[in-house]
Design a protein around this ligand. Structure first.
Ligand SMILES: Nc1nc2c(ncn2[C@@H]2O[C@H](COP(=O)(O)OP(=O)(O)O)[C@@H](O)[C@H]2O)c(=O)[nH]1
Ligand SMILES: [Mg+2]
Length: 383
């Protein structure tokens, strides 16, 4: 017996394909389902593997095969079935483990057990919507409550506006501080340092800001990189600086940073790029604190955090970095890579650190926006 194997994401299409190839009366032996994981949870999809018997001429001759040949044929068939059963068991084991309870940070169904008894009407709907977007329940309630009044009939809180966006803006404004655009004065040196874990988008976004300042605001900008750890990272920053035709310096200690900064009399803004240190690496974070200390009185420190992070992970990063650096704002990146942007609310609300910018993609310089309450409301209400 010969077995054909068809792989694809639509079982019906696979059956059609088999029929096209082998005729209408196909014999389906079995099929397997594999759930394929993706970094994006909503992109999870099922892959099917369909096994169909191929009606060969040999099958017709089975009757005239010798007893020995028949038993060989049977052995081969049984062997194939055994293999298929083993594979099936493996795939069942795999799918069983993917059915384990989802950790609470994912936000899935967390709203079901949430006590919303003090709310009624639209406010309940809005709170549940926020929770689905991974806003922590307590934060969702605080924000929505801000836009509520007491309903006379039920004596419960309900939205005092019919517009969700308006309600959210009110709550967000109450609890989250926004720095607005960088505050820069021509002729007075300002220094901004970008810190945060590796790969969050520090270098890329520093240059988005540099481009805006140089091209649109006609300011004199210099870039200092203290990124001495990640191989190639200085080259990346240097290449961007060359394109913008702005001065670029690589610095490895605090003395050198102080000296470099003291020679910036004709510069309006210095942007400092740093190496992405693991937030668990106290030694290296301490080393970076040491170096940045060389420009401390002038400096504002932006902590760059990717919206991809789980809430608990992001909070951990903020807590660790803030023990080393006085963080002036949180700079969010990669909003385009998540559809659950609750982190935009949870992090500033819990940490009480203001937020500054949001990076919306990889394009330099266009994919960056100053973050404000309206934008956060749009992200939370977006599909
Ligand atoms: N999708 C997406 N990618 C981004 C965003 N910001 C930066 N990146 C990408 O993330 C990667 C790491 O960026 P990089 O600036 O080198 O990170 P660094 O290690 O923190 O300096 C690069 O491929 C960037 O293009 C963003 O907002 N969205
Ligand atoms: Mg970098």
């Amino acid at each position: 017996m010969k077995i054909n194997r068809y792989e694809g994401y639509d079982l019906d299409l696979l059956i059609q394909e088999a029929k096209k190839e082998l005729g209408e009366d196909i014999k389906i032996l079995s099929y397997e389902v594999e759930t394929q994981k993706s970094i994006l949870p909503f992109k999870k999809r099922k892959k099917y593997i369909l096994f169909v018997e191929v009606p060969t001429a040999e099958d017709g001759f089975m009757e005239i095969l010798s007893k020995e040949e028949k038993s060989h044929e049977l052995d081969r068939f049984l062997e194939q079935i055994e293999k298929m059963i083993d594979k099936k068991i493996d795939s069942l084991k795999r799918s069983e483990s993917s059915l384990l309870p989802v950790p609470p940070h994912s936000g899935t169904n967390t709203h079901i057990n949430e006590d919303l008894s003090e709310f009624t009407g639209d406010s309940v709907e809005l709170i549940n919507l926020l929770i689905k977007k991974d806003v922590e329940p307590a934060a969702a309630k605080m924000i929505v409550k801000e836009a509520c009044g007491l309903d006379i009939d039920t004596n419960k809180f309900d939205l005092s506006t019919t517009f969700f966006k308006e309600a959210l803006i009110k709550g967000i404004k109450k609890y989250i501080k926004f720095t607005g655009p960088l505050k820069i004065q021509k002729g007075g040196l300002k220094v901004f340092a970008f810190v945060g874990p590796t790969g969050v988008g520090k270098t890329t976004n520093l240059f988005k800001i540099a481009s805006e300042l140089v091209i649109k605001q006609n300011l004199k900008v210099a870039v200092i990189s203290i990124d001495t750890f990640k191989v190639g990272a200085i080259q990346q920053a240097r290449a961007y600086a060359n394109i913008l035709n702005i001065p670029f310096f690589a610095v490895t200690d605090s003395k050198n940073l102080k000296k470099t900064l003291s020679n910036m009399s004709d510069i309006d803004v210095v942007l400092i790029d740093t190496v992405g240190r693991s937030h668990y690496d106290y030694w290296r974070l301490g080393e970076m604190k040491e170096i940045l200390g060389g420009g401390s009185d002038l400096m504002e420190i932006l902590l760059v955090i990717s919206c991809n992070y789980k809430n608990s992970e992001a909070m951990e990063i903020v807590n660790r970095y803030r023990t080393f650096f006085p963080i002036s704002s949180i700079f969010f990146t990669k909003i385009d890579e998540t559809y659950k942007p609750g982190i935009l609310v949870n992090l500033p609300l819990k940490s009480e650190i203001p937020v500054s910018f949001i990076s919306t993609g990889q394009r330099v310089p266009e994919d960056i926006r100053v973050l404000n309450s309206e934008r956060i409301a749009d992200y939370l209400l977006g599909e």
